[in-house]
Design a protein around this ligand. Structure first.
Ligand code: 5GP
Length: 213
């Protein structure tokens, strides 16, 4: 039984991190049933970020040697830094039947969906441009110029929402986390994914009726 590769993308400030936190804190799905891929990045850690937890923070030569060694499932340049998902961080979980949630940008998502058409794309949208602008300005992480840059990129990203199979409109964080849980849950109930267990149950029925003669 293989887990699903789940891609979550959103314009910066759309609330993706809050949605994921809500999913885990409210135990909307069993935490051990999903793994979060920890990306490699060449950007500097922000205050409070922990190496190996938020990202694997590496220098540019290390990142480039990983590209050359074909160790990435995908990688992209985002806001002037490199970001990538390593195969080592993803494949072992999928093989054990654990879903892997990847928080990656739209370019990375396009490349994963091309190489892995079975991956599940989810796009988180802010309810409007004004809400996104207010959120980016309110969190005070960026200079006004950086906020403008993120807003410009957001148009490019929003235009590509239809590449994704699912859209979550984040006008209420609690409901958005529930929507994410519902998507993960529904994927797990597919007959193709439950094949082994369902076949074993069906075989039990066959055996019972055979023994009755
Ligand atoms: P931040 O620097 O704010 O943590 O992330 C900036 C952007 O990089 C976000 O849109 C995030 O989804 C994206 N990102 C993070 N990790 C990866 C990755 O491994 N691959 C790609 N393609 N994008 C990533």
């Amino acid at each position: 039984m293989a887990g699903d590769l789940i891609i979550l993308s959103a314009p910066s400030g759309a609330g993706k991190t809050t949605i994921i936190r809500g999913l885990l804190e409210r135990r909307l799905i069993a935490p051990e049933s999903v793994a979060f891929s920890v990306s490699h990045t060449t950007r500097a850690p922000r205050e409070g970020e922990v190496d190996g937890v938020d990202y694997h923070f590496v220098d540019i030569p290390t990142f480039q040697s990983m590209i050359a060694g074909e160790r990435f499932l995908e990688w992209a340049e985002v806001y002037g830094n490199y970001y990538g998902t390593s195969l080592d961080g993803v494949l072992p979980h999928l093989e054990r039947g654990i879903d892997v949630l990847m928080d990656i940008d739209v370019k990375g998502a396009t490349s994963v969906l091309e190489s892995h058409p079975e991956a599940v794309g989810i796009f988180v949208m802010p309810p409007s441009f004004d809400v996104l602008r207010q959120r980016l300005q309110g969190r005070r992480l960026d200079s006004p110029e950086a906020v403008e840059r993120r807003l410009t990129v957001s148009l490019w990203e929003i235009r590509r929402y239809h590449q994704y199979e699912y859209v979550i409109i984040n006008d209420d964080a609690a409901r958005a986390s529930e929507a994410l849980a519902a998507i993960l849950q529904a994927r797990r109930q597919r007959s193709s994914r439950l094949k082994e267990r369902a076949a074993a149950i069906a075989a039990g029925f066959e055996a019972e009726f055979e023994s009755r003669g």
